[in-house]
Write a protein that binds this ligand. Structure first.
Ligand SMILES: Nc1ncnc2c1ncn2[C@@H]1O[C@H](COP(=O)(O)OP(=O)(O)OP(=O)(O)O)[C@@H](O)[C@H]1O
Ligand SMILES: [Mg+2]
Length: 258
């Protein structure tokens, strides 16, 4: 997904004039759609880092809560700031709370904000080097006008990973962990049917904690060790730790896949 997304936005961000030469209009917004815990937020953040461009993140519910009343001014200033900081990614997380379907909401403030966001995106479509990424796990709650050309006209789907995907994620997540020889991540991937990245992370964390507990029987005593003094380095995480964790973690997406 990272690769697909990178291809869509790298050129428009860094070499917008290249597109213009070919009479192409740069994409303005890309919508990241997928169930909770599939890595949308993570991807947006790591993408900005990987591309080495500026990055402004806003979280829908926060704008609505914290800045209620001044939400419109704030939105505008974010877009202006981004234009000055081009190449720049604006990331709107949980956009469904900021731009809900106007035909289904009551509040005037919400409706105005949707309209304003649309206006800002139209206005900034001509700004070179600014891309708006937005994430949602409830695409059907979004105002349909958001998806018109020149707004969020591209979509990248984040799916619940299959076995291969799960194995890859487990490998990434456990890279820094002291794995025992008994560990066979493939077997964990087999068992973790229906689990998403966030769940797999929970499994790794849980397993690591139980490994730590087992090998450090006196938990309290460890906390007393002055910081900076050496800690035992021969501790490992076993397959049994992982298997127990798989049993304990409940999937964040409750639906059958595969
Ligand atoms: N593909 C992945 N590779 C590695 N870790 C992942 C992956 N997907 C998810 N994770 C882990 O799960 C955590 C949660 O993912 P993230 O917050 O990006 O999900 P999300 O799609 O934004 O979910 P939501 O819709 O609930 O906001 C991440 O911090 C990361 O540790
Ligand atoms: Mg998220």
């Amino acid at each position: 997904m990272l690769k697909e997304l990178r291809e869509v936005i790298e050129i428009p961000l860094k070499r917008p004039e290249l597109l213009t030469q070919f009479g192409l209009e740069a994409p303005c917004g890309v919508l990241l759609v997928g169930p909770p815990g599939t890595g949308k937020t993570l991807t947006a953040r790591s993408l900005a880092e990987e591309l080495g461009v500026n990055y402004i993140a806003i979280v829908g519910p926060e704008v609505m809560g914290k800045y209620y009343g001044e939400a419109e001014t704030r939105l505008r200033s974010i877009f202006e700031k981004a234009a000055k900081a081009a190449p720049c990614i604006i990331f709107i997380d949980e956009i469904d709370s900021l731009a809900p379907d106007r035909s289904k909401v009551e509040g005037e403030v919400e409706k105005r904000l949707v309209a304003q966001l649309l206006g800002l995106m139209d206005g900034f479509a001509k700004t070179h080097g600014v891309i708006v990424l937005a994430a949602t796990n409830r695409p059907d709650h979004l105002d349909p006008a958001l998806r018109r050309p020149g707004r969020f006209d591209r979509e990248v789907q984040f799916r619940v990973p299959d076995r291969h995907g799960r194995l890859e994620i487990l490998q990434i997540l456990s890279r820094a962990m002291p794995l025992d020889e008994s560990v066979e991540l493939g077997a964990i991937a087999d068992l973790a049917v229906g689990l998403v990245g966030a769940d797999l992370k929970a499994i790794c964390q849980k397993a690591a904690y139980s490994a730590l507990r087992r090998q450090v029987p006196d938990w309290r005593a460890v906390a007393q060790i002055p910081q900076g003094s050496p800690i035992p380095t021969n501790m490992t995480l076993t397959q049994a730790d992982l298997l127990q964790a798989v049993k304990d973690v409940k999937p964040s997406v409750l639906r059958s896949v595969e």
